[in-house]
Design a protein around this ligand. Structure first.
Ligand SMILES: Cc1cc2nc3c(=O)[nH]c(=O)nc-3n(C[C@H](O)[C@H](O)[C@H](O)COP(=O)(O)OP(=O)(O)OC[C@H]3O[C@@H](n4cnc5c(N)ncnc54)[C@H](O)[C@@H]3O)c2cc1C
Length: 497
């Protein structure tokens, strides 16, 4: 058993923990990063099975354009990573009807206009004008997370940042929608009966905000509508390559990375903390937990009384898990060389859950790391309620969802179904086993309409010098959002010192 002393112990190497550990190590703090698995990345990692490689959950990533967080790190450290920005990011289908979601505003708009009737083209144009103003005002916050914190703002060139934020002024006239669901905004533009558009937006809101247009906080949804345009694409070979580079960099910056070292207990000791892990006991002044509330309680039962944590846990219990299909297929010469995605809603206005909506990602022809020549791997996901696990029929529910997913692939992506040679399944319980998230609650907290989002703390400090990162805290779900949250926590800890 190793005995390690450090300034900050980061527990968990999901993108929240990785970003936090990397930024802390850049700021000169001694960091120890513990991870229960033998690889980094958590829900956004790449795992091996039967000699093939698969993305565990997340498959499409933002934040890689010049000026954005991941781009900044790749440039700074000259990591040998190949980011692939696809022109067509997603082929979105409503049944057999298919739309191309592309990575330039003009092409994306072309697709959205094709979803709307001729008499509502002007209304859509006005809606998209508002949407752009709102997206332009929020995205700079993700490009440079420091602007969330006053201390960070000062260090990052206050003037330039303030100018950017002033650019946000054009969104002020849309403040009336703060706290309202996206459906209300669509109504105000008389677009609520444009069913193809609403179906696209429902799917988008489900994967980004974990709820439908009827519920989703309008401002966040309008920001999310821009995600194909914000440095979005793939890392060649899988997102695990980026996660591993980040963990390796922590070590190169004089930190410690401990894979296969689950932390089992966390206690206060003097002015700091001591954690008992599988490989090491780690003493630290600060702790950053990249864990969901329920997982944190099992390490530190004292936090059972923490009302903030209890509230988060309740919200998470009412949120989502993922049902997955992983598989290997023969290559098809008509497919693009690059990895590609097909998102399917089985019909208009369907609920984007339980296999009625699926997100398929197929690896690239030249991703030899994932499959040998002539083959590709694929990953398919859908949402299912966490609370279904209280139902005796839960195994049957999962089976039915998996069957429906496959039926929809056969019906609407028949070439993939015909080329499949091997497949296996995953469920919330698989995520629980691998990522240590009780009940496999992987969806983060749904961003339902309400002003509470804007009052949320930028940094969650649960108790003195013990912080939380990850998709249950600000700014929420996605690899980029959790990384931004981790970065903010690092800045906060450094500024305290
Ligand atoms: C099916 C699916 C599809 C998704 N698609 C996308 C997408 O396309 N694009 C996107 O940006 N986002 C996507 N997401 C969301 C994104 O993956 C997550 O929001 C993000 O990766 C969560 O990161 P995190 O830091 O919160 O935690 P996690 O990824 O959960 O990481 C936590 C880490 O902590 C480790 N750990 C747990 N307990 C302990 C312990 N006691 N000791 C040590 N280590 C521990 C775990 O092993 C894990 O590595 C998707 C998620 C899912 C589930």
């Amino acid at each position: 058993m190793q005995e390690i002393e450090c300034d900050v112990h980061v527990i968990g190497s999901g993108f929240g923990g990785l970003a936090s550990a990397l930024r802390l190590s850049e700021l000169g703090l001694r960091v120890c990063l513990s991870e229960r698995l033998n690889y980094a990345g958590g829900c956004a990692s790449t795992f091996s099975r039967f000699g093939y490689k698969f993305e565990s959950g997340a498959t499409l990533f933002s934040g890689f354009a010049p000026g954005q967080l991941f781009h900044h790190w790749i440039e700074r450290y000259q990591w040998d990573l190949n980011f692939i920005p696809h022109e067509e990011l997603i082929r979105f289908q409503i049944g057999v009807r298919s739309y191309s979601v592309q990575n330039t505003r003009s092409k994306l708009h072309e697709t959205l206009y094709a979803m709307v009737s001729p008499e509502n083209q002007r209304a859509l144009s006005r809606f998209l004008h508002a949407q752009k103003a709102i997206a332009d005002s929020f995205w700079p916050l993700f490009d440079n997370p420091k602007v969330f914190l006053l201390s960070g703002l000062m260090r990052s060139g206050a003037f330039a940042q303030a100018q950017k934020l002033l650019g946000a002024a054009s969104a002020i006239r849309y403040m009336k929608w703060l706290g309202k669901p996206l459906s209300k905004v669509l109504q105000s533009y008389k677009l609520e009966q444009e069913h193809e558009l609403v179906t696209y937006l429902d799917a988008l809101c489900q994967i980004t905000l974990q709820c439908s247009t009827q519920e989703a906080e309008a401002f966040f949804a309008m920001v999310a509508l821009d995600y194909p345009l914000r440095g979005t694409g793939h890392i060649h070979g899988g997102i695990g390559a980026l996660a591993n580079k980040m963990a390796e960099q922590v070590v190169l910056n004089d930190g410690v990375f401990l894979p296969v070292s689950e932390v089992r207990k966390l206690k206060r000791q003097g002015k700091g903390y001591v954690a008992q892990g599988r490989k090491a006991n780690v003493s630290s002044t600060h702790v950053v937990s990249n864990l969901v509330p329920q997982a944190l309680w099992s390490l530190r039962p004292e936090l059972g009384q923490n009302t903030e944590l209890q509230k988060m846990a309740r919200q998470l219990e009412q949120a989502w898990g993922a049902v997955m299909l992983y598989g290997v297929c023969e290559d098809d010469e008509s497919w693009a060389q690059e990895p590609f995605h097909i998102e399917i809603a089985e019909s208009l206005n369907v609920e984007m859950t339980y296999g009625r909506h699926i997100f398929i990602s197929v690896s690239g022809r030249d991703e030899g790391e994932k499959a040998e020549e002539g083959f590709r791997t694929f990953v398919v996901s859908t949402h299912i309620r966490i609370e279904d696990q209280n139902d005796d029929a839960y195994p049957q529910i999962v089976n039915e969802v998996q069957e429906r997913m496959w039926q929809n692939i056969e019906a609407f992506a028949p070439k993939l179904a015909a080329k499949a040679v091997q497949r296996f399944t995953g469920s919330p319980r698989t995520f629980e086993r691998f990522t240590g998230r009780p009940k496999g609650a992987v969806g983060g907290i749904p961003r339902r309409a309400g002003l509470h989002h804007y009052r949320a703390k930028r940094v969650t400090e649960l108790e003195d010098k013990h912080y939380m990162v990850g998709d249950s805290v600000f700014p929420g779900q996605s690899t980029l959002a959790t990384a931004v949250g981790g970065y903010l926590v690092a800045e906060k800890i450094a500024s305290r010192r």
